[in-house]
Design a protein around this ligand. Structure first.
Ligand code: NAP
Length: 285
């Protein structure tokens, strides 16, 4: 039996064990994927444990995505550029890190047939997840990117950094509350990467101010339909939630660890079933 993990703190509600274990079972691989709650002072020792022969690797989640970069032997170009890793692969005792959130987000848009090439995009948020999304949008060929955040200084920093990486493209910052009607109507693709809408039924913007052609993505997956997505649907806009991104980033990590094509439909079913179980437990408590 080989082992794989997700390292985080806290990490109890992660859907990753359900998604990965279903995929290992479906592929007939004897791998057990487990949650490991790692407090920040214990991170270096926990990463060193990944060098063991029976360990495939780990996923890394909040708050360790940046700190692991200094604890592995090699960081690939995407993780280095984004400044965060979510996947570590044990390659014969040497640890290699990458960021599959970027590819996972890109694949989720492809799956939904949401084009990125040539679009004018609005990204809400400038936290950890926003970095990967911004990179995926610009790398995917977005023509313009407006980054709007409650704390405008964080939007300014992220826009300057991304503008430096993609000097031919237009990357601008904004406050979340200071977006103008013209800016909103000019967007083809809107991505919410703030956490607003996750624990409270609130929306970071009013989608009725967007163009009818705009597509609205919320990378939150629980609840499945945030207030932003419900309002966007009510305004007749096409929407996508964060579940495909979650499953696609898992599939990319799984493929890195196993060298096989991930059983993506099995992974989607496992994620949906785990979310339903979580909802039932929540309703019962
Ligand atoms: P983070 O680093 O803590 O960033 C949080 C972001 O939300 C910041 O931009 C913050 O703005 C903004 N925000 C928080 N509360 C707000 C409020 N009341 N009003 C306006 N803005 C607010 O978190 P993260 O890791 O980027 O995660 C963000 C969300 O993405 C979470 O809901 C997470 O579940 C989701 N996510 C989904 C996936 C997936 O696979 N689908 C992957 C990663 C993350 P300030 O800078 O002003 O504080």
């Amino acid at each position: 039996m080989r082992r794989a993990f997700v390292y985080g703190y806290p990490v109890g509600h992660s859907l990753s064990p359900a998604i990965h274990n279903a995929a290992f079972r479906a592929a007939g691989l004897h791998v057990e994927y487990a949650v490991r709650e790692v407090a920040p002072p214990a991170l270096a020792a926990a990463v060193a444990d990944l060098r063991a022969e029976d360990v495939l690797g780990t996923n890394v989640t909040v708050p360790h995505k940046v700190a692991v970069l200094d604890l592995v032997d090699e960081v690939d170009a995407v993780a280095r550029t984004v400044g965060a890793a979510n996947t570590i692969h044990n390659r014969g005792g040497r640890l290699w890190a990458t960021n599959t959130d970027v590819g996972g987000f890109a694949r989720s848009l492809e799956r939904a047939h949401f084009a990125v090439e040539g679009v004018s995009a609005l990204l809400l948020g400038a936290g950890g997840a926003a970095r990967g999304v911004a990179y995926a949008l610009l790398d995917g060929g977005a023509r313009r990117l407006l980054i709007a955040n409650r704390t405008v200084q964080r939007a300014e920093r992220l826009a300057a950094e991304m503008g430096g990486l993609f000097p031919a493209l237009e990357v601008k910052p904004s406050g979340l509350d200071s977006l103008t009607g013209d800016e909103l109507r000019g967007c083809d693709l809107v991505v919410n990467s703030t956490s607003l809408g996750m624990s409270e039924d609130r929306s970071p913007l009013d989608p009725s101010r967007l163009s009818p052609r705009a597509r609205v993505i919320d990378i939150i997956y629980a609840p499945a339909r945030t207030l932003l997505l419900r309002r966007a649907e009510a305004a007749g806009l096409r929407t996508l939630n964060g579940l495909p991104m979650l499953v696609e980033q898992a599939a990319l990590a799984w493929e890195i660890w196993t060298g096989r094509v991930a059983p993506i439909e099995v992974m989607f079913e496992a994620a949906e079933a785990a979310l339903r179980r979580r909802e039932t437990e929540r309703a019962a408590s």
